[in-house]
Design a protein around this ligand. Structure first.
Ligand code: 5GP
Length: 196
């Protein structure tokens, strides 16, 4: 098990409905040392990429993305969620369905902060069905920028997002891939990955 998998086993809580709660260290209270380790690991996995911007989505991606950005020495842009369709012409907009909140949001990024010159690493805390990621990819592509890679803390490998995104040809790196969870016992099963 790698450092993140060990922490998930120690402090993660399996909830009904295929939800893994990691709010004691990742997306509510945040363990900055752990986030730093994650940043170093993403830097290693994307070492051959010329990344000049990190893109994430509010709210829970922001903390992780900021620490990762420190390792790449680049700025972070986060997509804002908005119910409003009353947007002016200077925004990139994509529609995203929320796995946890079961609703649809427009996610928006100002055109000022993404352009065809950008080489983007997308970062998020979870990958489930891939809706959030597909929204972010769509935003990058509408700006003319390049998606250099995607870094995820926890991928739920039993949901379809990882397969869809990899099939699209993107370099998707998930630090922990959960292939199964049992809410009655609290057991979590990880996919074997190459040792770091
Ligand atoms: P997707 O769009 O891939 O279906 O879902 C990704 C988003 O849903 C992530 O940004 C994350 O915030 C949230 N999410 C999905 N599954 C889980 C989960 O098991 N636990 C938590 N805490 N968030 C999740």
């Amino acid at each position: 098990m790698n450092f993140l998998e060990e922490r998930i086993v120690k402090d993660g809580i399996v909830k009904e409905g295929n939800v893994l709660k990691v709010d004691s260290f990742l997306n509510h209270q945040m363990d900055i040392k752990l986030l730093n380790q994650m940043g170093a690991e993403f830097k290693k996995r994307f070492a051959d990429k010329n990344i000049n911007k990190i893109l994430t989505i509010e709210a829970s991606g922001i903390g992780i993305a900021c620490i990762v950005a420190e390792h790449f020495d680049v700025p972070v842009v986060f997509a804002k969620k908005s119910q409003s369709i009353n947007l002016d012409g200077e925004m990139y907009v994509a529609e995203v369905e929320s796995f946890t909140h079961k609703c649809k949001n427009n996610v928006i990024v100002s055109q000022k902060f993404l352009s065809e010159d950008d080489h983007v690493l997308i970062i998020d805390d979870f990958l489930a069905n891939g809706c959030a990621l597909q929204g972010l990819i769509q935003i990058v592509q509408s700006s003319g920028a390049t998606v250099e890679g995607i870094g995820i803390a926890i991928e739920k490998g039993f949901q379809s997002g990882g397969r869809i995104i990899r099939n699209l040809g993107f370099q998707l790196e998930s630090l922990a891939i959960v292939d199964g969870m049992d809410a009655s016992t609290g057991q979590i099963f990880f996919r074997e990955q190459d040792a770091e």
